[in-house]
Write a protein that binds this ligand. Structure first.
Ligand code: NAD
Length: 486
């Protein structure tokens, strides 16, 4: 059986089946070659309104569907993505510029999301409460209704499915607006997967589009919860619009995550972890190690080893060779990266490796002698760049690490794990890894940031997902009508 043939979806959106949208269609671009590899339907506000109408009816039926039936669909979706991992990876590689390892890891994570959703559909969904009256009192979690999901380009499949799967498992309908740069791997592929798994028609809609379609989703009255993953700037606009419409918005935003390297580490392992944290997927990860904060006694040696790794890393077209690093997503992103690198060098940073590019292939770059006010150290780069700054005391390392508005992930490398945890206690961050770099994700672990990295929303784990995608209802029941004095 062939799966996800382009004849099924080319030029279309998924909304009550495969259909044309009011916004026409747009080409799917391949960043590595600049070529066109298909087309997808573009959604306008009118498409969002039609989808929302269908979703309302489908959601009511889905809410009443047995948990066994729901769980079976998610188990099937999980096994389908394992069966068709090659197709998932094909699109992640060609449309998103993912290296083969990253694409395989992402497809594996997506399968995990659907298996976790199956478990969530079967899990308890409320609490029995104590009450002073002769009655039963309990709190139950009910579906919010229709959930709007807005996702970014960098890990398009996992960042869509980590909201889509639990929102559906909680009994909601979902309208997904993937980024138009990854409409296929972050949207249409998931539609085909869930359709094949037996999800009822009209319950899940995929409407690729830009900010306008995203705003229409937020304004649509029947969409009660928004799950947004993207930049801090866009997240602020989403949060403001959601607040105006009195809706809950879960915001997972940008980062500039710190890796603190204490003086007692194995330098080879530390430099390897640092290179992985900064260069994986060309640094286009929210949790990317954006700041290396290294003890002065090992600083020069660390820079040398990191720069050597950067220089040796092959960069190329991941569709034609098994290179670890592919292209960045587009020219605008490349120019932003290069501007921050040049700005840092102009401010006094030393280019220990990289700093050059060909077309969309940006060389892994090490910015030594970074300072707090260098743009590449202070801002999220979202590119394969490792800015490094030295410290002389733990106090100073904590000061540097906390001098950022972001708070997504934090890595601390040391042979003394308890000392690492004590340092972590002093730095606000949604995620901490002692003796690892900053990039990691597991479907069962709570994921989210603080400060400019998000509103403390948490993905991962049945409890967090239930909190995110349901409303709590307090219910009391007694055998007779309560008696009152008047
Ligand atoms: P982006 O904010 O430009 O776009 C993300 C999504 O939001 C896209 O679907 C886009 O079309 C949509 N969008 C943009 N403006 C909007 C608006 N005003 N209203 C509604 N929707 C709007 O982000 P990007 O450049 O695609 O992704 C990179 C950013 O995402 C980085 O900052 C990165 O750190 C962040 N990110 C965060 C996480 C996380 O979990 N915290 C994960 C991945 C990426």
């Amino acid at each position: 059986m062939t799966f996800f043939e382009s004849s099924q979806w080319d030029g279309l959106v998924y909304s009550g089946g495969w259909t044309k949208s009011d916004g026409g269609s747009q080409p799917v671009m391949e960043p590595a070659t600049g070529g066109t590899i298909g087309s997808f339907g573009v959604a306008l506000a009118s498409d969002v309104a039609k989808a929302a109408e269908q979703a309302k009816g489908a959601q009511l039926k889905w809410q009443a569907t047995s948990f066994e039936e729901k769980a079976a669909i998610f188990r099937k979706a999980g096994s389908l993505i394992e069966e068709h991992a090659d197709v998932a990876m094909h699109w992640l590689i060609r449309e998103a510029g993912s290296g083969q390892g990253k694409a395989g890891f992402e497809a594996h994570l997506v399968a995990g999301e659907f298996y976790s959703a199956a478990a969530m559909a079967e899990a308890p969904y409320g609490q029995l409460l104590r009450t002073g009256k002769p009655r039963l009192s309990f709190a139950r979690r009910l579906p919010a209704g229709t959930v709007g999901v807005i996702s970014p380009f960098n890990f398009p499949q996992i960042l869509s499915s980590r909201s889509v799967a639990p929102a559906l498992a909680a009994g909601n309908a979902v309208i997904l607006k993937p980024d138009p740069r990854t409409a296929v791997s972050g949207g249409l592929f998931l539609a085909a997967l869930l359709e094949e798994a037996g999800l009822p028609e009209g319950l899940f809609h995929v409407l690729p589009g830009g900010a306008e379609a995203g705003q229409a989703l937020i304004e649509e009255p029947s969409v009660r919860v928004i799950s947004f993953t993207g930049s801090t700037g866009a997240g602020r606009a989403v949060g403001e619009a959601a607040a105006r419409h009195l809706k809950r918005a879960h915001l997972e935003l940008g980062g500039n995550s710190a890796l603190i390297v204490l003086d007692d580490v194995d330098l080879d392992a530390a430099a390897s972890a640092g290179a992985w944290g900064s260069f994986l997927h060309q640094g286009q990860i929210c949790m990317t190690t954006g700041r290396h904060i290294v003890h002065e006694s090992i600083y020069s040696e660390y820079i040398d080893r990191l720069a050597e790794k950067a220089e040796k890393l092959p960069v190329g077209n991941p569709a034609t060779s098994d290179v670890p690093l592919g292209p960045v997503i587009n020219a605008a992103q490349r120019d932003k990266i290069h501007g921050l690198v040049r700005g840092s060098v102009d401010a006094g940073a030393r280019l220990a490796a990289g700093g050059t590019y060909e077309e969309l292939f940006y060389r892994p770059t090490v910015l030594a002698d970074s300072e707090l006010n260098h743009p590449g150290f202070a801002e999220e780069i979202f590119g394969p760049v490792a800015p490094v700054m030295k410290f002389s005391s733990v106090e100073e390392a904590v000061h540097i690490a906390t001098a950022s508005d972001y708070g997504l992930s934090l890595g601390i490398l040391t042979t003394d794990a308890m000392k690492g945890l004590a340092v972590a206690d002093r730095i606000p961050s949604g995620i901490v890894h002692i003796n690892d770099q900053t990039v990691d994700d597991e479907s069962v672990a709570p994921f989210g940031g603080v400060g400019f990295s998000g509103t403390g929303a948490r993905f991962g784990g049945a409890e967090a997902n239930l909190e995110a995608f349901t409303e709590t209802q307090w219910v009391t029941m007694q055998g007779e009508i309560a008696r009152y004095p008047f």
